[in-house]
Design a protein around this ligand. Structure first.
Ligand SMILES: C[S@@+](CC[C@H](N)C(=O)[O-])C[C@H]1O[C@@H](n2cnc3c(N)ncnc32)[C@H](O)[C@@H]1O
Length: 235
């Protein structure tokens, strides 16, 4: 019997590892969006709008964080929009990170596990992209209150960490999130960057800070952090 189990484990090691990795992310209390859908140049409007925030005669971004980089296509895309800029992709799904490293061998791209200490170690970042990450879709599609699935506190906690690693004057880009950045305490330390490229902030449903579904449209996506040092991060 013991021999059979050992033999089974040996023969099915790779398959079991894949199954384990799938549930590892699902069970991780730090996980936001669980699916890994992505593609090259998924949000040209957002990328062009962010690029426009840097006039040619001014210093461009030096380091970018793609928070929730999935299998790396977003980082490869950013590499084209911001040539010469270092791009760090962070994800909580180790299988995705393995694919990133296999697919994209480039000195300007690096991929890290999404652990606060590792993200801090690579900081500061001039731009942080959180695209289709700070949400739970489709789980929140049909509910009027999302507290049991993905509460506002998770969104705000995550943004507190990201705010700490964003340079003063840096850009925070949030798209397809279940919540409005304007409901967070950090918002008053940021200025909204409007753009003709942006008409909406994603298709996932929005909820207020009490986790109740809202019905009015919300278009804000790009936020510029005040150049002065923030005292809000620990409040
Ligand atoms: C739908 S994909 C978005 C990929 C890419 N940003 C895009 O929009 O094309 C969501 C990704 O967020 C990742 N994710 C979820 N929670 C995370 C966390 N706490 N830290 C970093 N990544 C996370 C998931 O593993 C998944 O790869």
């Amino acid at each position: 019997m013991a021999l059979n189990i050992a033999e089974y484990l040996r023969n099915n090691f790779n398959q079991l590892l894949v199954k384990y990795q799938k549930y590892e992310t699902r069970l991780n209390p730090q996980a936001h969006q669980l699916t890994s859908v992505t593609k090259i140049d998924r949000y040209p409007g957002i990328f062009n709008a962010v690029k426009d925030c840097y006039p040619l005669n001014q210093r461009g971004p030096k380091k970018i964080l793609s928070f929730g980089c999935s299998t790396g296509e977003e980082c490869a895309t950013l590499r084209n929009y911001f040539p010469g800029c270092e791009i760090v992709g962070a994800d909580i799904n180790r299988k995705n990170l393995k694919k990133c490293r296999e697919k994209f061998d480039d000195d300007y791209l690096s991929f890290i596990y999404s652990d606060p200490d590792l993200i801090r170690k690579e900081s500061p970042y001039d731009i942080i992209f959180c695209l289709s990450v700070l949400c739970r879709w489709e789980e929140t599609e049909l509910v009027n209150n999302c507290e049991d699935i993905y509460p506002f506190s998770r969104f705000e906690q995550q943004l507190n960490l990201l705010d700490q690693v964003l340079s003063p004057g840096g850009l925070l880009v949030i798209y397809n999130s279940n919540f409005r950045f304007s409901d967070s305490k950090l918002y008053r330390n940021y200025r909204v960057m409007n753009s003709c490229f942006i008409e909406e902030s994603g298709f996932v449903h929005k909820f207020d800070l009490k986790n109740n579904k809202i019905h009015e449209p919300y278009v804000e996506c790009i936020f510029k952090k005040s150049a002065a040092k923030s005292s809000l991060t620990n409040t």
